[in-house]
Write a protein that binds this ligand. Structure first.
Ligand SMILES: [Zn+2]
Length: 336
């Protein structure tokens, strides 16, 4: 891998694709690239960071490997060039193809390390969305989800390394990634801050209004998620490089995953406002009669309204995870 491996690739100049992926490969800063690929449903962005070593941040699922490989080749690269795979957190869309990519080192925060154990590790985790689906009495959806995790997550990762808060991963050529533990979305969510660039790879630690219409911000620990937003704001990153194109006031119908300067600060502010609005909405809903999990989620989502919930055919079960966690933190127990 040489410094001109990336040379000649036009900044932001790629063909348009369906599903709002206007720019599948984009140079975020010199030697930092986003690669955006379709999920079913949605979109995921992974990142390349070049020092003298090449780091890939997040992996996608098994089924997104071919699309990422295609985009790597437009940069004159392949998975064989990846030295380090760093993961912002342990959710299956961010770690699911780690073993198959085969970087020389694989690293994730200590508190999500167990999620590198293949499909069985995800299905056994409290974080797994099939548990939310069952709490909502969506059993058929839960079974479909379990099959999906089984088919879309690759092998257990051997020799993975635990990251800790404050750790610095030196990529060489003056570029380093500092680990900032930002739990909430998952226990081991961590922002990887590229310096000297000031680019913060946030994974799903900053979600503004949620991933898509019908999907509200998703987090397992509401108190930790809210506190982590403050921690990220204190870093005052020049650029947020998000894991998905989270909706916000400036995004229109196809929000960008890269938010710089005022857009980065607004995305953080709007993430805080959502977290506090959701907490207040759950507290109001809990003042009424005893509620099942499905009733609690539906009434809270009705209460939230626009711009967070804009109607449509229905809300995805993922939207309920944070709302149920908020209700539990306020003393709610589901009605029988
Ligand atoms: Zn996630």
């Amino acid at each position: 891998l040489t410094s001109d491996t990336f040379a000649g690739h036009p900044r932001g100049g790629q063909t348009s694709e369906e599903r709002g992926i206007a720019v599948p490969v984009r140079e975020v800063a010199g030697g930092i690239w986003s690669i955006t690929v379709p999920l079913s449903p949605g979109v995921l962005s992974v990142y390349l960071v070049r020092g003298t070593s090449l780091a890939l941040i997040d992996t996608g699922y098994l089924y997104t490997l071919p699309a990422i490989d295609t985009e790597l080749r437009t940069l004159g690269l392949s998975f064989a060039d990846v030295d380090l795979v760093l993961m912002t957190h342990g959710h299956p869309d961010h770690v699911g193809a780690c073993a198959e990519i085969g970087g020389r080192r694989s690293l994730v925060h200590r508190d999500d390390l167990a999620l590198l154990g293949g499909p069985a590790a995800h299905l056994a985790s409290d974080l797994e969305l099939s548990h939310v689906m069952r709490a909502l009495d969506r059993d058929k959806e839960a079974r479909t989800r379990e099959r999906f995790v089984h088919d879309s997550v690759g092998a257990a990762v051997t020799g993975a390394e635990a990251l800790d808060d404050g750790q610095v991963v030196d990529l060489g050529a003056g570029r380093r990634l500092t680990v900032v533990h930002t739990p909430g979305h998952t226990p081991g969510s961590a922002v990887l801050l590229a310096e000297p660039d000031g680019v913060a790879f946030t994974g799903d630690a900053v979600q503004a209004w949620g991933g898509r219409p019908g999907v509200l911000p998703l987090y397992a620990d509401p108190v930790a998620y809210r506190a982590s937003l403050d921690r990220i704001a204190e870093l005052d990153p020049h650029t947020l490089a998000l894991g998905h194109p989270y909706r916000w006031s400036g995004g229109g119908s196809t929000p960008d995953v890269i938010r710089t300067g005022p857009a980065a600060r607004a995305t953080l502010r709007e993430s805080v406002t959502y977290a506090e609005t959701a907490r207040a909405a759950v507290a109001r809903v809990l003042d009424s009669a005893p509620l099942t999990a499905a009733e609690l989620a539906q009434r809270t989502i009705d209460e939230l309204g626009a711009p967070y919930w804009t109607g449509g055919p229905g809300w995805e079960a993922a939207s309920a995870q944070a709302l149920l966690a908020l209700a539990h933190s306020l003393g709610w127990r589901p009605a029988e």
